[in-house]
Design a protein around this ligand. Structure first.
Ligand code: PLP
Length: 411
């Protein structure tokens, strides 16, 4: 049956639970009217009127670009030089990193994550991910013929450094190399952000572990620009300066979220290491991989990012800031009600989602289904229920935690 296609690969079709539930919610809206449905499924930023946010400062700039800028190929497979430079500036901002670096332009943060997995691990090796995580990490590992092993994200309300260390030790002992994803700040789907001290502990541990083999941390910062304290959002990167020459960090940056430009497929992988030759070695592989897969990323998307974040930086930050404030308002309502009624959620600090904590798998399924039956549409994740505050209006957030707790108590 599979004679025409690759044999040595997982042949299961994509199981996209998100789109399935999104469609159910849309059907319900069509039948019963949107005022009667809680649709907490959509992982993009929506305004209070239920419309996708497309920032004026971003798209007016895009629309002012010359048609030829939009038509043109990029000037290199690794991205236009001015884009690569500006991604680095934007990602690190005021942090002074004393590390060698390079940036590869990628189709969104997805391209940065998948290219890192493909070019760091050999087939059959294991990628380390958090136990609650964006589902695509696993898909990306699978398509690269790699396995995944998860560390527990939390110890109480803190990052579970013990589990992280144990998992890394196990994988290192098996394959003599570690590639571990940390999705921070604004972790999807819990909204957790690690403290500077937690990052210091991670890097100190990586240095120690690197006695046994190379250690690569893939820091997925997709939601960083929705931190509630933007000025401090890059402080943790100072911890990177502690790393030794056997440790590498790749920061995966997404223009999709930062600019609300999901469809423009633009982002970057920022490679950081002590030695230039190590940076260059990964840069070469990533550039070849780009050439051999997507070739190059949209020229206009790169030019737009540069213009928005330099020429229109203040207006852009101001416009986006209003939505960061809106997210905070939604979160304050939802979590204060959850606290009042004892609805338990994973430690949230900032970001697009809050995730309810339900560790019993059977209860989790029943809870999710019971909410669907009452027209509350959410996404079931590992050991939890993801509530997309990013697309839920303040009005819809009001009273939601109470309704959820009532449903949970009735099971
Ligand atoms: N990382 C996380 C955790 C995400 O949730 C997403 C998108 O949903 C991405 C990376 C990549 O997004 P994009 O490829 O659109 O930049």
């Amino acid at each position: 049956m599979k004679k025409f296609i690759r044999e040595n690969i997982d042949h299961q079709p994509i199981v996209d639970n998100v789109f399935k539930i999104v469609n159910l919610a849309n059907d319900a809206i069509a039948k019963k009217g949107k005022e009667n449905i809680i649709n907490a499924t959509i992982g993009s930023l929506y305004d209070e009127g239920g419309n996708l946010v497309a920032l004026d400062t971003v798209f007016n700039t895009y629309n002012s670009l010359d048609n030829r800028t939009k038509a043109k190929y990029a000037s290199s497979f690794s991205g236009n030089p001015n884009f690569r430079k500006q991604v680095y500036n934007w990602v690190v901002q005021d942090t002074k990193l004393d590390l060698c670096h390079s940036v590869i332009g990628t189709p969104g943060g997805s391209g940065a994550v998948s290219s890192t997995i493909l070019n760091v691990l050999d087939e059959g090796q294991t990628l380390i991910i958090p136990h609650i995580a964006w589902g695509n990490y696993k898909s990306m590992a699978t398509i690269a013929n790699c396995k995944v092993q998860a560390y527990q994200m939390f110890d109480g309300d803190a990052f579970n450094i013990t589990s992280f260390k144990e998992t890394c030790h196990e994988v290192m002992a098996r394959q003599g190399k570690v590639l571990a994803i940390i999705n921070d700040p604004c972790h999807n789907p819990t909204g957790y952000s690690m403290t500077v001290e937690e990052w210091n502990q991670v890097i100190d541990f990586c240095n120690e572990l690197s006695n046994e083999g190379p250690v690569i941390i893939l820091d997925d910062i997709a939601y960083i620009d929705y931190s509630y304290n933007l000025e401090r959002s890059r402080d943790y990167m100072n911890a990177f300066n502690r790393m030794n020459d056997q440790v590498m960090i790749v920061v995966a940056f997404s223009c999709s979220k930062t600019l609300t430009s999901y469809g423009l497929r633009c982002g970057g992988a920022v490679i950081l290491a002590r030695n230039q030759e190590d940076v260059r070695a990964l840069e070469i592989l990533m550039e070849k991989h780009a050439r051999a897969s997507w070739s190059n990323i949209p020229n206009a998307a790169m030019e737009n990012f540069v213009k928005v974040t330099t020429e229109h930086k203040d207006e852009f930050n101001e416009e986006k800031g209003k939505y960061v404030d809106l997210l905070r308002k939604r979160y304050e309502i939802f979590t204060s009600e959850a606290n009042q009624c004892g609805l338990v959620y994973y430690p949230y600090k900032e970001g697009f989602f809050v995730t309810l904590k339900v560790e019993d798998d059977d209860l989790l399924t029943r809870f999710h289904e019971a909410m669907l039956a009452q027209d509350i549409y959410t996404i079931k994740v590992n050991k939890g229920i993801r509530v997309a505050l990013c697309s839920l209006s303040v009005e819809k957030c009001q009273g939601l935690a109470f309704k959820m707790k009532d449903i949970l108590d009735s099971l």
